[in-house]
Design a protein around this ligand. Structure first.
Ligand code: HEM
Length: 531
């Protein structure tokens, strides 16, 4: 043994020549052992140095909290307004705490980029709230799964099989049918004030349900659709509610606010309903077919039958993913259309430009089809400007780093909740000229740079990189087609000439606090569009 260490000393200290001489005398095992030892020492010391750097770095600034509770009592009633105001006072990266949970709020594009681009994998995890654990079989869906091969498998399946051009084309007829139904419903109420927000919501739910399993909200089924809406709204509210079981995990067994049991009640109702749809589908075989259309459920069940671990899905995963789709597909898209209509009605000169474009491209005699959408650049800019001023997920979904890191000179502890305040970034006068003005024209210039595919950290309403929204291709089609149809088929009058306000309400998704009430007026000479 001592002979071995003598040889190591020769290697470490003597001349190049002697080293070469010495090498000849070593066995392969001895050389390998030396290299392993050296590597382990390097790893050990670099970790020590990293730990020391992290320890000596600062914690992000933030308001002073109460002992034990931290900022729990301050974040209500309006979390978004509270964190935005605190960021204006303390800086673009701030820290709050709720019990032992650390919240980090980012309002800086460059810091967001550092996290989402340079530390993407570390920060692509989620700390799943108790309400979501109850609602997703412990996190079997996409939204609440942490980073890893299972998440990537699910995301790939949805993106490739469902959100691809082929997947979406396969269920175009379902979307088209529901939009035609919306036109018919509104046409029946010409001249009287209608709650357009509710109409848009029901259309979106109807479109989503019909794409997922061929369901519809017409006739008897309408009641069912409304019950789905109420149950899922309750579930979302509970997920957004600060929960003592999350903040103080030792209190979990007591379920003090009853959030977990309530969440389970609402979501179990929804899963019960889904099970009956799935059972019926399996009994009947293929389910409703329209021309060459296939609904999502059919595509998901085919994946379940594949029996190939790489691509197949379990029944629980299918149900959890369907829940993501109903929630993700309905609320966010509804909010975007509702805000776009509100902003256009507040800005008649912009509305006029949209109408001119629709008249030029679609004309008086035709119906808006998905194939026309790419020829409507001004309306596309309207949707982007709406997503800039009113991002439906203003803080994205909280990310969680699985190790402690140093970001912008501050230590971000492992397992903290990271909120990206896109709402504040997208309204920041430092990055946007006259940021509160509704100005779609800003998206007509430099269109490549000003897109929302996650490369710009000044405009990222869908997030970025590993956790970017999987629904973007569907959003692009459905938002544009519904908006174009509403504006092509009808003129809209404001009851008593009152402008709609832009008061916001955050319940996981940022919607209008008050519904949009307007009077539809028929505007096309060809009544075929209304039938
Ligand atoms: C205007 C409409 C929409 C907006 C603004 C939006 C926005 C977002 C945002 C901000 C995230 C979180 C990104 C992050 O964690 O960093 C997200 C995730 C997600 N969205 Fe959307 N979304 C929309 C529509 C949809 C639609 C139509 C679907 C599906 C039908 C969908 C499905 C999902 C899913 C499954 C996730 C989870 C992705 C993951 O965690 O890996 N979304 N979306």
């Amino acid at each position: 043994m001592s002979n071995f260490y003598d040889k190591v000393a020769v290697l470490a200290g003597d001349s190049w020549l002697r080293l070469h001489d010495g090498l000849a005398a070593f066995t392969i095992t001895e050389v390998a052992a030396t290299l392993t030892l050296a590597t382990l020492l390097i790893i050990y010391f670099s970790r020590l140095v990293k730990k020391h750097i992290i320890k000596t770095k600062l914690s992000p600034p933030g308001p002073v909290g109460l002992p034990i509770l931290g900022h729990l009592l301050f974040i209500k009633p309006d979390f978004l307004q509270y964190v935005t105001k605190q960021s204006q006072i303390h800086g673009r990266i701030i820290k709050l705490h709720l019990g032992r949970k650390v919240y980090i709020i980012i309002s800086s594009p460059s810091i967001a980029k550092q996290i989402l681009k340079d530390h993407d994998a570390t920060y692509a995890n989620r700390d799943i709230p108790m309400a979501a654990i109850k609602g997703t079989f412990g996190g079997l869906d996409i939204v609440w799964r942490s980073n890893g091969p299972e998440l990537q498998k699910l995301r790939k399946l949805v993106v490739r099989e469902i959100m691809s051009n082929n997947g979406l084309d396969a269920c175009y007829e379902f979307r088209r049918r529901e939009i035609r139904q919306m036109v018919k419903n509104i046409h029946g109420k010409i001249g009287s004030p209608i709650n357009l927000s509710e109409q848009i919501f029901l259309t979106m739910l109807s479109v989503t349900m019909s794409m997922l399993w061929g369901g519809s909200l017409n006739g008897e089924v309408a009641k069912l659709g409304l019950e789905i809406k109420d149950r899922l709204e309750e579930f979302m509210k509970l997920m957004g509610e600060p929960n003592l079981s999350d903040i103080f995990p030792m209190l979990r067994p007591f379920n003090l606010q009853g959030i977990e049991s309530e969440a389970k009640k609402h979501v179990s109702w929804f899963y019960g309903f889904l099970e009956s749809v799935i059972k019926q589908r399996m009994k009947l075989g293929e389910g409703p077919k329209m021309a060459d259309s296939k609904d999502f459920l059919q595509q998901l069940l085919e994946l379940n039958q594949r029996g190939d671990a790489k691509t197949s899905l379990s029944m629980m995963e299918i149900k959890a993913v369907l829940l993501d789709m109903v929630i993700g597909g309905t609320d966010t898209t509804f909010a975007t259309i509702e805000w776009a209509m509100t902003e256009l009605l507040r800005h008649p000169n912009k509305l006029r430009k949209v109408i001119e474009e629709l008249d030029a491209i679609i004309g008086d005699q035709n119906v808006v089809e998905e194939s026309n959408i790419s020829r409507l650049p001004y309306l596309t800019a309207v949707v982007k400007e709406t997503l800039r001023i009113h991002p439906p997920a203003p803080l994205l979904v909280p990310h969680m780093p699985n190790e402690t890191t140093v970001i912008a000179g501050y230590t971000i502890p492992k397992n903290s909740w990271i909120f990206f305040n896109v709402w504040a970034i997208q309204r920041d006068a430092e990055f946007w000229e006259d940021p509160l003005r509704f100005e779609p024209e800003r998206f007509l210039k430099d269109t490549e740079k000003r897109n929302y595919t996650g490369n710009s950290f000044h405009f990222f309403p869908f997030g970025s990189r590993r956790r970017i929204c999987v629904g973007i291709p569907l959003v692009e089609k459905i938002t544009m087609q519904i908006l174009a149809t509403l504006l092509h088929c009808f003129d809209w009058e404001l009851p008593d000439g009152r402008q709609p306000n832009v008061k916001e309400k955050l319940q996981f998704v940022l919607t209008k606090a008050e519904p949009l009430v307007v009077v539809p007026v028929a505007r096309l000479s060809n009544s075929i569009q209304y039938q």
